[in-house]
Write a protein that binds this ligand. Structure first.
Ligand code: PMT
Length: 401
C-alpha cells in the first residue's frame, strides 16, 4: 500500500472520532494520508489529532494557501488515489450531489478525478429522509461508492440505521480496492470469451463481425497479471496468445458455446466480451455456392445465447456480460443485465469515437445488479480491463464479507 495516497475528508458529526481511528489504521497499513476537515468537524476533534496521526498538515480552509507553488484544493485533488468522505454528513452529501463548492472539502471533491467513497453517519430519520436518499442515489449514479452505515445505537439516543461503518471494515475495503488481484482474483478461475465468431455459409464464405478480440485479450492479460487462472476462449487467431493464459480457439457461436459450458462450472468469474453471432445460415453448403441468380436469400437461424444460458445455470459464478449498442445504451444494458441474469454489464456505445470495435481504446459504463453504474472515460483497453476487473473484484470481495 506504500505508494497509495488517501485523501480523507472529515465532515462534522460525532463519528469524527472514528475518522481519527481510521487515519491511524490507514497510516499503519502503509498508506499516505492527508486530511481535510470541515468547520463543523473541527468542533468535535482538533485538527492537531489528525495532523499527529497522519503526519501531514491538515487542511480546513480553502483560502489558507501555505504553499505558494500550488493551489491547495487542486493539489490535494490531484494527489489522491482514493478520496474517502468519513463521516459523510447529510450536508456534505447534499453539497456533492448538487455540485456545491463552498468549503475546502466540497471544492476538492469537485476537483478530483480519483474515485470517491462516502461513509454516511447521521440520525436514522435524517438518513431516511427522501432528500438525503435522493442525494445518495445521485451520487451513486455519478459513480461515487457508498460504504453503507450500520444499524444500532446512535449517539443521538435513537436506535436504527446511521452508524458509521467500523474503521477496521473501511480499512479492509480500501485494502481490497488497491489489491484486488492479491486479495480477490488470486488463484480464482476467470473464463473470458473474446473476438468475433464466424458462421459458415459454404467452405469459402462466412458471416462475421468487426470484433478484433482486443478488449477480451486485454481482460485476459490483466486477469493473469492479477494472479487468476485464466481460460480464454477466442474467436480470433490474429492476436498472439497472452502469457500465462490457457487459450482455446473456436470458430462458430456453437463451438464457443460448447467450450464455455465445458469450463463454466469451474469458473469463479465469467466475462463474455466476445461479439457472438446472433444468427447463422440455416444450411451450410458442402461445396462452394455458385454464382447464378441476381439475388439470393440466405435463411438464418438463431444461435444459442451463451450469456443467457450461463445466467440460467448460474451457481456461484460472477457473470459479466458486455453490451455493444448504437442507441438507447442505458436502457438496453439494464435490460440485458436483468434478462440474462448477469452480475455486471459492460456497455459500450460503439458509435462513439474511441469506443468499441477494433481500436486500442474504449469508453464503457459498468452496470451493477444493485442499480449502480460507473461511467468510465475514454481509456486504453488495458486500463478499461483493469477497471472492469477491479469492479468485479470489489463486488466479489463484498460477497465474501
Ligand atoms: O474485440 P474488440 O475489437 O476489442 O471490440 C470489443 C467489443 C466491442 C466486441 C466488446 O467491447 C463488446 O462490446 N463485446 C460484446 C459484443 C456483443 O456481442 O454484444 P451484444 O450486445 O450483441 O451481446 C450481449 C452479450 O451477450 C455479450 O456479452 C455477448 O457476448 C453475449 N452473447 C450474445 C449473443 C450470443 N449468441 N451469445 C452471447 O453470449
Amino acid at each position: 500500500m506504500n505508494e497509495k495516497n488517501i485523501l480523507l475528508c472529515v465532515s462534522g458529526g460525532i463519528a469524527v472520532y472514528k475518522a481519527a481511528d481510521l487515519t491511524s489504521k490507514l497510516v499503519q497499513s502503509g498508506f499516505s494520508v492527508k486530511v481535510i476537515m470541515s468547520s463543523s468537524a473541527v468542533k468535535f476533534v482538533a485538527p492537531l489529532t489528525f495532523q499527529a496521526l497522519s503526519r501531514n498538515e491538515v487542511h480546513t480552509d480553502t483560502f489558507t494557501e501555505n504553499d505558494p507553488s500550488v493551489i491547495a484544493h487542486i493539489d490535494l485533488a490531484d494527489w489522491a488515489d482514493l478520496v474517502l468522505v468519513v463521516p459523510a454528513t447529510a450536508n456534505m452529501i447534499g453539497k456533492l450531489a448538487n455540485g456545491i463548492a463552498d468549503d475546502m472539502i466540497s471544492t476538492t471533491l469537485l476537483a478530483t478525478t480519483a474515485p470517491v467513497w462516502i461513509a454516511p453517519a447521521m440520525n436514522v430519520h435524517m438518513y431516511n429522509h427522501p432528500a438525503v436518499q435522493k442525494n445518495i442515489q445521485t451520487l451513486l449514479e455519478f459513480g461515487v461508492r457508498m460504504i453503507e452505515p450500520g444499524s444500532g445505537y446512535l449517539a443521538c439516543g435513537y436506535t436504527g440505521k446511521g452508524r458509521l461503518e467500523e474503521p477496521a471494515v473501511i480499512l479492509e475495503k480500501v485494502k481490497a480496492f488497491f489489491s484486488p488481484g492479491n486479495s480477490v482474483l488470486k488463484n480464482r478461475t476467470v473464463l473470458i470469451t473474446a473476438g468475433p465468431t464466424k458462421e459458415r455459409l459454404d467452405p469459402v464464405r462466412y458471416f462475421t463481425n468487426r470484433s478484433s478480440g482486443k478488449m477480451g485479450y486485454a481482460l485476459a492479460e490483466q486477469a493473469a497479471l492479477m494472479g487468476a487462472n485464466v481460460i480464454l476462449i477466442s474467436g480470433t487467431d490474429i492476436l498472439p496468445d497472452p502469457k500465462n493464459v490457457t487459450c482455446i480457439h473456436v470458430e462458430s457461436a456453437e463451438d464457443m458455446y460448447q467450450e464455455v459450458m465445458k469450463h463454466a462450472d469451474a469458473a469463479d468469474i465469467i466475462i463474455k466480451s466476445a461479439a457472438v453471432a446472433d444468427y447463422r445460415p440455416k444450411q451450410v453448403l458442402d461445396s462452394k455456392m455458385k454464382k447464378s441468380a441476381d439475388q439470393i436469400i440466405v435463411e438464418l437461424e438463431k444461435t444459442t445465447d451463451i450469456l443467457f444460458e450461463l445466467g440460467k445455470r448460474k451457481k456461484h459464478q460472477f457473470i459479466i456480460g458486455f453490451a455493444a449498442e448504437t442507441n438507447h445504451v442505458d436502457e438496453y444494458a439494464k435490460e440485458k443485465l436483468k434478462r440474462k441474469n448477469a452480475d455486471m454489464i459492460v456497455a459500450n456505445n460503439v458509435t462513439l469515437k474511441g469506443a468499441g470495435f477494433e481500436g486500442d481504446t474504449n469508453i464503457v459504463t459498468i452496470y451493477h445488479k444493485d442499480g449502480t453504474a460507473k461511467e468510465l472515460p475514454l481509456m486504453s483497453k488495458t486500463d478499461t480491463a483493469k477497471e472492469i476487473l477491479r469492479e468485479a473484484a470489489l463486488k466479489l470481495g463484498e460477497r465474501k464479507t
